[in-house]
Design a protein around this ligand. Sequence first.
Ligand code: ZN
Length: 61
Amino acid sequence: MSDSVTCPICGAPAVEIAYGYPSLELFDAADRGEVVLGGCVIGDFSPTHMCTNEGQHEFTP
Ligand SMILES: [Zn+2]
């Protein structure tokens, strides 16, 4: 999880969205701001990344 992705909309650094039931490691990573917990529901449109800007753009690189 060391690949750095930037938001195509605003150019801010983006973090991965983790779907499904989060593990303890995932909670720790979320605390550090390395991932965003996306919850258990995966819809038709499920972006894989969310930017850290205020807009919180969701996208799939
Ligand atoms: Zn953005």
